[in-house]
Design a protein around this ligand. Structure first.
Ligand code: 5GP
Ligand code: MG
Length: 182
């Protein structure tokens, strides 16, 4: 069986636009807001959100990124990703001190919550923001930690034998979210 489209480019764009207005509403403007994306695709979505927020409010919204993967890719290149190893933070590129700021953390898919948890640790190691909010394009369920997103593009109930493919134009040449059996 093939992949089923769940968000086309228009749906992705509208979801990101809505999330931007929700962020503005929640923060009563954009004072001290910093957007931080999780590489790879979350960082591209974060750049788009920061750019759109800057455009809407006429202020510069800084954007940074965190490099977190679900496996150690620094050892054996033939080694397969093993979620049981847990997410590993490879690097951070945060715009400035986050002290006193509201951080909007951005990722493409929220699943167990372990990547978010690693991101929260990395951010708190760096400095102490006033508040951290979470925005995801897709929430596919199956949380293993008490983590929830503040802003969700689409809630997508999935079974564990399904995979969600998130394509973003910056990497994949088009914006498309689809779901398929694995
Ligand atoms: P979690 O740590 O919540 O289990 O998984 C979230 C992270 O893994 C995100 O950074 C996301 O990119 C990736 N991920 C987990 N499940 C999926 C999925 O079904 N599809 C895609 N595209 N990414 C996923
Ligand atoms: Mg990811």
């Amino acid at each position: 069986s093939g992949a089923v489209t769940v968000m086309d480019a228009g749906a992705v764009n509208r979801a990101l636009a809505r999330i931007c207005y929700e962020i503005i509403e929640r923060n009563e403007g954009l004072g001290n807001l910093v957007v931080v994306g999780i590489r790879t695709r979350g960082a591209h979505l974060a750049q788009r959100i920061a750019a759109r927020l800057s455009e809407i409010e006429g202020t510069r919204v800084p954007c940074g990124e965190l490099d977190i993967t679900l496996y150690r890719d620094d050892l054996d290149p033939n080694e397969q990703p093993t979620p049981a190893k847990g997410p590993v933070v490879h690097g951070t590129n945060l715009p400035e001190s986050l002290a006193g700021s509201t951080v909007v953390l951005v990722d493409d898919v929220l699943f167990t919550g372990r990547t978010t948890r690693a991101a929260l640790d990395a951010i708190m190691d760096d400095s102490r923001p006033d508040r951290i909010l979470l925005a995801v394009l897709v929430d596919r369920g199956h949380r293993e930690l008490p983590i929830r997103a503040d802003f969700v593009g689409k809630n997508l109930p999935t079974s564990l034998d399904e995979a969600v493919d998130v394509n973003v134009s910056e990497v994949d040449g088009e914006d498309l979210v689809s779901i398929r059996k694995v």
